[in-house]
Design a protein around this ligand. Sequence first.
Ligand code: AMP
Ligand code: ZN
Length: 456
Amino acid sequence: MALELKLYDTLTREKRVFVPLDRNNVRMYVCGPTVYDFAHIGNARPVIVFDVLFRLLRHIYGEAHVKYVRNITDVDDKINARAAERGVSIRDLTEQTYQNFKDDVGALGCLPPTVEPRATEHIEQMKVLIDRLVASGHAYVAEDNVLFNVPSMVDYGRLSKRPMDEMIAGARVEVAPYKKDAQDFVLWKPSKPGEPSWASPAGIKTPGRPGWHIECSAMAWKHLGETFDIHGGGIDLVFPHHENEIAQSRCSFNTDVMANYWLHNGFLQVEGEKMSKSLGNFFTIHDLLADWPGEVLRFNMLRTQYRQPIDWTVKGLEESWKTLDDWYWIAGDATGGAVSGQVMDALGDDLNTPQAITVLHGLRNRAQGGDDKARADLAASLRLLGFLNETAAQWAARRQTGADVDAAKVQGLIDARTAARKAKDFKESDRIRDELAAMGVVLKDSKDGTTWEIAR
Ligand code: AMP
Ligand code: ZN
């Protein structure tokens, strides 16, 4: 395959040609959700962006030659607090939340990753790494905690390139008197009564639980090896999470790199403001799916290049829906095409999805002019990007009925109204008309019967 894929690497701060360690086994790790509540639309961004990269890598190297690992963090303070608040077991909370996450991202057109490891199933690997770090002098035990000693790693901080005083200030948030250095971070900590706990590493007698960073080092190691190709996540994870993953993995394995390309997506804000519960502009994926098809959310996300900030707006969603209506209409059922070379060029340039969409608009115009190859290529390119998961008829029916109106129920009410009118029970027929109007359904009576549509 001749395509040149270039990716912006946060570690070297440049776009570099992607060369996998082994083209028969291309390996990517992305930090996954902490499962305590519904994922919000900001969380959907890395899931969609890295799904596009996963699909592109599969297209280039072959489906059997790409391994994508996205973990599930199922041990965390927020999980413990939420389970206690709701009076449910930690296991029930994490399993239910994971199921919801799977349903949500499936509706966004994302493929399941090759492996979705759970942190709690990798405690043994975490302990192996912790013991190695203690043995090699990179970590120490203090008051039943195990801490990574940051000054023990000469080139700590290369990923975030934060000035040392800033890192120290950041680390001081959780300063503890037993730390040798203010930047040292937790690998393992004692569990309080009632918290999940495991037998501790490093000769510690009290049971404990892992810190967040070591989870990813252990799961990446288990499923991808000591060094792999791509590590991804949101830009907020660069420091401290990814910086600390690098420190743990490189010092455990004595390697120069953990991953060869570090990719980070930019942040999403809503209608020009930071999304927050207090501002009332906080949306879960689940909420949005009640009003918008998953593919509309996906398309809206991909209209912006992944490293840029996104302003998520209702206007943008409406435009995205219109575009997909048009493309489904033109090419929804077309088959036999090939992914457009220009789309591949755009994606190969650090996943330039807005440029790919511009190319798709061009194909659409040619298709409308009668170019059947353009039509088929438009469909193939859209499928590569994770669209056209429905037939054109299914898509159009959704628009006719509105996202959340049950067509069978509407028809039942119309039949009941027709029967009432025949029986001259106009009070009942008017009541049914009002009930339908409350659902947003507008009736049109004609001599051939009654049809309906959604008021917009
Ligand atoms: P969290 O559950 O906060 O650890 O986030 C899970 C993933 O979602 C991480 O990769 C975050 O970087 C990413 N993320 C969280 N909030 C946003 C946002 N507003 N925009 C884009 N990505 C986000
Ligand atoms: Zn991680």
